[in-house]
Design a protein around this ligand. Structure first.
Ligand SMILES: [Zn+2]
Length: 936
């Protein structure tokens, strides 16, 4: 047998087993499939080709891998479909940045050369994230990896576009759209992020009234705006029809101060709020969504004043060529010079920003491709309502319903080069658009002209990813994989892409496959820093999962995350975001993947925010060491065992019966947790079983048996230990794949077990044995031992000093159990001979202390173990400290401010602390009483 090193070294273990699994084909779809078992499929949310692993990926991939490994071990035909998204805009931005360093633009290269460059970049550095997912232990079927720009996948995209076009669900229209002036493309509504509470300005200026009659009323109309530059595109000023201030201006015209244009005064009760601003609203139909609608109601001209890059075009007159924010200043300056400025007020407003480039989104009139959503949304709503798709956690159902019932048509064209070019050809003779499945369109389908040009736009990236569940399986071809693995079972992803991706996949699946794409949608929350703040580069609070796995210094970490920030400042920021890391010295040790995975699994997947604590990762590293050391200990006794794969038939010893019962409960809880998407509950059950029950109790209790128990007792205990250890390693495997494989390989197993724990059967309750009697009896034994240990700890008596202990209970059954287990109590509580077991009596022997533990009264004689003078001093010292603590807590709880403002859990904790301090105080008073007796 291989000698185990003293401590667990994940860096040595993890890559070795990952390779082993790949060599064995463990991740291949269908590996380990047990005949008759159904399929279990998860399509991975394809990470961007530009992506590198962040904590959100680590979280989602861990959760998915736990689900996948669990079902694979249960014998399902498992497919975890991996892949990469071409990420249109992000990728184009990355490659354009590279070109910029070389001093060229994409326009210098031309479209074809540019796309070649993107492919080159993809081969060299794209898809790094797939390699990083290997480190996390992800057991996806990598050989089946799909890229959304692959030839086959692109064929699916085109088929989908053409069919939807033929069905009238895709159309072209001229509309006001969200324009990103930086990347110069249209954005869908979902790609626009609204920045709240921006400090802006409400600027007022006057339009002179043409042919005004000073006798009737004012000769000018003052409007208020947050965007003065757009006045160059004003084609009306609206007032409320009932507003008495402006009745005399109905039907009048205004003079535009900068361009040759008369601006009519119109009345509109929809647009105008009499109480807001000056009560008169300038109307710019080409650059504002409300104004656009107003323009349609009144037949107003739509005058576009911007170039696509956000500079003023010729319609801007003297301001043509100016960048939009410079134009704003210039317009204000000129209005002031003309004496038309009427004042300005600070104004809180919202600002639409591009999700990708963060630039302020400009509404622009543009001809784009749209997808009709309402007819597609209806079946998608129905599928959730009738339970064909279950959304977990359920609270997201309401949000899903709301969005789908209020859905707008989706602008699917993007003015980019990298992506699926729209399969539409514009005829230069008759302007007809020919949409085709074929690349080589030779003639206009209307007039037959050969003068055709393909639409230069590409499709929104989400247009292709919405086909993921079936396009990855070969659709539109009817492949065997499609027949077998569609629909998927679960889709696991972050709630932030429920509309971008999840809802659209549901619509497409129902439309093209006639069936839901998956049966459950499992939505996890967002990983945030330890204080609850969103992770961001700007805040300097990002945490790279690979740094936790491989270890690093804090200095190296912050330098990587914030290369331009001063080191000390960056370190302070980081430690503030992770208080528990602040106490860890200079950096993280190599925690290993298993410790990180188990940590991620310990948070409720359904919590909106998952505040990652480095201390918790450290805790699970200790758990790895615990598993490792317990196995090392066990191996000294079990290495020659020949397990049968079944629990011992009729175990007689209480501890063995108890352990098998707990094993059964833990395994059942794990499966229920995984099945119900409560990996935290599942993981916790196994953690507690291993750490508390197996290591802290069972292993300790076997020591007297292995020391001087009967041969029969030893044999039964060895058989129980080897069986339980083998079963719990299998049960832990989905959560902690590496360490479990390493140790499972080393321990004796039943004949017939295969080459890897990853394909061994997942345990069930039948691998243990439920035994309520043993659980109750064991509780008494644990109470007796804990009760005696607590006394020892309280008085600081060394383990080597044997104590005289009497155990009392009115329950004869309990007394029998404690009498039978007296050897163990003697061993674990270090008692002076076997403890006395008796019925309760009212008398407490003088010089002894009473501790009630559960149903057991534990009397410990302290005489001879304690120096009364020292004990008196100890109690008095401690009394002082406790009194002081009580005073502090009482003061805090008397502070009205604190009570009114503290979060409820903080308040509850403070009250609990005070109660516990008061109890301590009572015990100390009793202790002084005891000191008197000891001095007698
Ligand atoms: Zn034509």
């Amino acid at each position: 047998m291989e000698e185990l090193s003293k401590a667990y070294e994940p860096a040595d273990v993890e890559p070795r087993w990952y390779k082993h699994w790949q060599d064995l084909g463990v991740f291949t779809a269908g590996a380990g499939h047990v005949a008759g078992k159904p399929t279990y499929v998860i399509p991975i949310p394809p990470p961007n080709v530009t992506g590198s692993l962040h904590m959100g990926h680590a979280l989602g991939s861990t959760f998915q891998d736990v689900l996948i490994r669990h079902k694979r071990m249960q014998g399902y035909d498992v497919l975890w479909q991996p892949g990469i998204d071409h990420a249109g805009i992000s990728t184009q931005v990355v490659v354009e940045r590279l070109l910029k360093r070389e001093g060229v633009t994409r326009h210098d290269l031309g479209r074809e050369k540019f796309i070649e460059r993107v492919w080159q970049w993809k081969e060299q550095s794209g898809g790094r994230i797939a390699q990083q997912l290997h480190i996390i232990g992800a057991s996806a079927d990598w050989a089946r990896t799909r890229f959304t720009m692959d030839a086959e996948y692109s064929e699916a995209v085109r088929e989908c576009f053409v069919r939807l076009y033929e069905e009238g669900l895709i159309y072209r229209a001229t509309r006001l759209v969200n324009w990103d002036v930086e990347s110069q493309t249209v954005l869908s509504d979902l790609e626009v992020e609204i920045e709240e509470n921006v400090q802006g300005e409400l600027y007022e200026f006057a339009y002179p009234v043409i042919d005004a009659d000073p006798a009737v009323g004012a000769t000018e109309l003052v409007v208020a705006t947050t965007r003065p530059e757009t006045m160059l595109g004003d084609t009306a000023v609206a007032v409320h029809p009932d507003d008495p201030r402006f009745k005399h201006l109905h039907g009048k015209k205004l003079k535009h101060p900068f361009v040759e244009r008369e601006v009519p005064v119109i009345t509109d009760a929809v647009l105008v709020d009499m109480a807001f601003g000056t009560g008169a609203v300038k109307v710019t139909p080409a650059h504002d969504f409300n104004d656009f609608a107003t323009g349609k109601r009144h037949g107003l001209e739509e005058i576009n004043i911007f170039n696509l890059d956000g500079t003023m075009n010729a319609q801007g007159g003297e301001f043509a060529g100016l960048e939009r924010f410079k134009a704003r200043k210039a317009v204000k300056k000129r209005l002031a010079e003309l004496g038309l400025e009427r004042g300005s007020k600070p104004h809180k407003m919202t600002l639409p920003r591009s999700q990708r480039t963060n630039s302020v989104v400009e509404p622009m009139i543009s001809t784009q491709w749209f997808m009709k959503m309402a007819p597609l949304a209806e079946p998608a709503l129905q599928a959730v309502r009738d339970g064909r798709i279950q959304i977990v956690p359920e609270e997201w159902v309401k949000t899903y319903e709301y969005w789908l019932t209020n859905i707008q048509d989706w602008c699917i064209s993007r003015q980019l080069w990298w992506g699926h070019q729209i399969p539409a050809w514009h005829c230069q003779d008759c302007a007809h658009v020919t949409v085709s499945r074929e690349d080589a369109v030779k003639a206009c389908s209307k007039c037959g002209s050969a003068k055709l040009a393909q639409d230069p736009d590409v499709l929104d990236t989400w247009f292709s990813s919405q086909l993921w569940p079936f396009a990855t399986l070969g659709w539109p071809k009817q492949t065997p994989e499609l027949a077998r693995y569609y629909p998927a079972s679960d889709l696991e992803t972050g709630y932030d892409i429920i509309f971008f991706w999840v809802a659209r996949m549901i619509m497409m699946g129902l439309h093209f496959m006639g069936d839901v794409p998956f049966k459950r949608v499992l939505l996890h929350g967002m990983v945030v820093d330890e204080t609850g703040d969103k992770m961001s580069k700007v805040k300097g609070n990002t945490l790279d999962p690979l740094d936790l796995i491989h270890g690093t210094t804090f200095e190296a970490m912050v330098q990587k995350a914030q290369p331009d920030a001063p080191l000390a400042e960056a370190l302070t920021k980081f430690k503030k975001a992770y208080p528990s890391a602040g106490q860890m010295g200079k950096g993280f040790p190599a925690y290993g993947t298993d410790a990180l995975r188990m940590t991620l699994c310990s948070y409720s997947p359904q919590a909106k925010r998952i505040a990652l604590s480095p201390a918790r990762v450290d805790g699970y590293r200790k758990f790895c060491n615990k598993i490792y050391n317990a196995t090392r200990f066990a191996l000294t006794y079990i290495k020659d065992e020949k397990p049968t794969g079944k629990p011992p038939a009729e175990p007689k010893l209480l501890i063995n019966r108890w352990l098998l019962s707990r094993l059964s409960a833990a395994v059942n809880a794990s499966t229920a947790g995984i099945d119900e998407y409560r990996l935290d509950d599942g993981g916790k059950a196994l953690y507690q079983f291993f750490w508390d029950e197996l290591c802290n109790w069972y292993v300790e209790l076997t020591k007297p048996i292995f020391l001087d128990g009967s041969a029969e007792a030893q044999a039964e205990t060895r058989a129980t230990l080897v069986h339980s250890l083998e079963v719990v390693l299998r049960a832990l495997h989905p959560y902690m794949p590496f360490i479990t494989e390493e140790l499972w390989q080393l321990i004796p197993k039943a004949p017939g077990h295969g080459a890897t724990v990853a394909l061994a059967p997942y345990p069930t309750g039948a691998d243990g044995r439920t035994d309520a009697v043993a659980e109750r009896e064991m509780q008494w034994l644990m109470d007796a031992i804990s009760g005696a240990r607590a006394v020892r700890a309280e008085h600081g008596i060394a383990f080597a000093n044997r104590l005289s202990v009497e155990l009392r209970s009115p329950n004869a059954e309990l007394r029998r159990v404690l009498t039978e287990s007296s050897r163990m109590i003697q061993f674990l509580a270090s008692t002076d001979g076997a403890p006395t077991v008796a019925e309760p009596s009212s008398s407490r022997p003088r010089g002894s202390t009473l501790n009630v533990a559960g149903e057991v009264e534990v009397l410990v004689t302290l005489k001879g173990h304690i120096d009364p003078a020292k004990e008196k001093e100890r109690i008095e010292q401690k009394s002082k400290r406790v009194a002081k603590d009580i005073e502090v807590m009482e003061k805090r709880l008397a502070n009205q401010n604190f009570v009114a403002n503290a979060p409820p859990e903080v308040l509850t904790e403070a009250r609990a602390t005070l109660a516990s301090l008061q109890q301590q105080k009572e015990r100390l008073v009793e202790g002084l009483e005891l000191v008197k007796e000891l001095s007698e």
